[in-house]
Design a protein around this ligand. Structure first.
Ligand SMILES: [Zn+2]
Length: 504
């Protein structure tokens, strides 16, 4: 490699390292804000976060970075780079092109607007007053449309937004995937609703000591292979996982004293995210490749643990006895009753409280609405009525008001259009991954039933986690299962599970 080229490489990597350092510092500040930072320090803390984010944005859009990238992209130079450096150049180019196309002034206006819009949304939801939020949503949509123009529309305008969260995902693919999913889930949900064999859930709703809940959650995290020397469990209003570096991946949960499994499933979910971040290969540390490859794949890891493992019968065959011991005299339901009670299906209005089956229908509604907004020109004023019609059509229920309807999610107020499909993609990836795992790990479900979860964690780390961003979502799912994303795995999994539980 010519001298000026290796100099470009060094400077490029130094800058990436610096960007990653800002990310880590900001990650700690956010974690601190959400886990109990003193109230009186919050305003100042927001300023600090704003100032550091600004510096980071400058670094990642600097003309020098653009020049180094161009040098490294020259064919003869690029071919001499290591595999990691090549991927780093590819990924950085993508982010760089996206960011530099937005004029700094427009970006700043947008940052201010989205923070105002988020707090307006919060008030509007509280007051059940969509009209007060509507002008903000209109503006956020308007800015997002300007960004699409600047970035350049892909196959459709909405494709440009999808690509931010699930690189390579398109409306053409999603229409097929969601169409297939919807046509099979709707009749399954109807058959379940008509079944006379509805699970009993009454025993789940007693007062369950918080300390005992926490002890059990810690025990299960240990069983999953979560490394407590590289992480910690705290409490926060909204559970989350934050991966600073593989040596420091923190999770939070929220205990509800009237529900024995709510916090537990939340803890397992965040634990699944955390295992991903804890097991990325060491050679990626300090680079921007040291994180999950997409929102959808990240969500596949949390949902795999939460639902496919955590809500499975073998899991409870193995762990129900331990749970009973934590709450003496409180859980006399049989393991079968307990398993069924934790897998009840009920069409509901609120996405984050939805069961495994109807969850995807909530996502499909949001996906169709986002398409209408960006590809079909739907106006903010018309959205509540469209929302309510779709709930009636897909879930058979109509929201009594906008607070329980269109105002329930924070995402649109902050401009996160294109994000929702990732949740549902996560379910589909998880089911497809589980299928391959069942074939590759001998007696996988006997291991779960015997309380031996570590081979599962090892398999996931070896096939997914270690690669960080070295593989794209489609490369990953292809390498694991030998084919692209196929929603049929999720449909088969859900059909088998609920046919058994509801004796269909
Ligand atoms: Zn998640």
């Amino acid at each position: 490699m010519a001298v000026q080229h290796s100099e470009a490489l060094n400077k490029f990597k130094e800058t990436i390292h610096k960007i990653k350092s800002y990310e880590e510092a900001l990650g700690v500040l956010y974690w601190d804000l959400r886990t109990g930072a003193p109230k009186k320090g919050m305003d100042h803390r927001s300023e600090v976060i704003g100032s550091l984010s600004g510096d980071m944005f400058k670094l990642s859009t600097s003309p020098e970075l653009g020049e180094w990238l161009s040098t490294l992209e020259e064919k003869s130079t690029y071919s001499e780079l290591t595999e990691i450096d090549q991927r780093l150049v590819l990924e950085t180019r993508k982010d760089y092109d996206r960011s530099v196309k937005i004029p700094p002034k427009l970006y700043q206006e947008y940052v201010i607007l989205s923070s105002q819009s988020e707090s307006k949304w919060e008030e509007a939801k509280e007051a059940n007053d969509y009209a007060s939020f509507q002008p903000y949503l209109e503006k956020v949509i308007d800015y997002t449309n300007q960004f699409i123009d600047l970035w350049g529309a892909k196959e459709t305008r909405y494709d440009t937004l999808l690509d931010q969260y699930e690189p390579g995902m398109t409306v053409a693919q999603l229409d097929g995937i969601f169409g297939g999913l919807r046509s099979q889930l709707v009749p399954l949900a109807a058959a379940i609703a008509a079944s006379p064999h509805q699970p009993d859930t009454s025993f789940l709703r007693q007062k369950f000591d918080k300390t005992a809940q926490k002890e059990f959650g810690l025990y299960i995290l240990n069983q999953m292979g979560y490394d407590f020397e590289a992480g910690r469990l705290d409490e926060s209003a909204h559970p989350f996982a934050t991966g600073l570096t593989p040596g420091d991946v923190r999770i939070t949960t929220r205990y509800q004293e009237d529900d024995v499994t709510n916090a537990l499933f939340g803890t397992i979910h965040e634990g699944g995210h955390a295992l991903y971040e804890q097991n990325i290969m060491k050679s990626l540390i300090g680079t921007t490749l040291c994180t999950g490859t997409s929102m959808g794949i990240h969500e596949s890891q949390s949902l795999f643990w939460e639902n496919i493992i955590g809500r499975s019968r073998p899991f409870w065959d193995s762990y129900y006895g331990e749970l009973q011991k934590k709450f003496p005299g409180q859980l006399d339901a049989s393991v079968d009753q307990f398993y069924r009670g934790n897998n009840i299906v009920q069409p509901s209005l609120i996405r984050i409280e939805a069961d495994e089956l109807t969850y995807s229908l909530h996502i499909i509604i949001r996906y169709e609405m986002e398409k209408l907004i960006f590809n079909g020109g739907a106006k903010a004023a018309d959205l509540p009525a469209i929302w309510n019609e779709k709930y009636k059509e897909y879930l058979g229920i109509t929201p009594p008001n906008d607070a329980k309807g269109i105002l329930q999610d924070v995402h649109w107020s902050g401009g996160a259009f294109g994000y929702f499909p990732s949740y549902s993609l996560g379910y589909m990836y998880a089911a497809q991954i589980a299928d391959t795992m069942e074939r590759e790990i001998d007696g996988m479900w006997s291991l779960v039933g015997g309380g031996n979860l570590l081979p599962i964690k090892e398999w996931l780390s070896d096939r997914i986690h270690k690669y960080g961003k070295m593989r794209t979502p489609s490369e990953l799912i292809q390498s694991i299962s030998g084919k692209p994303l196929d929603p049929q795995h999720l449909v088969t999994y859900l059909t088998k599970k609920y046919t058994d539980i509801y004796k269909l």
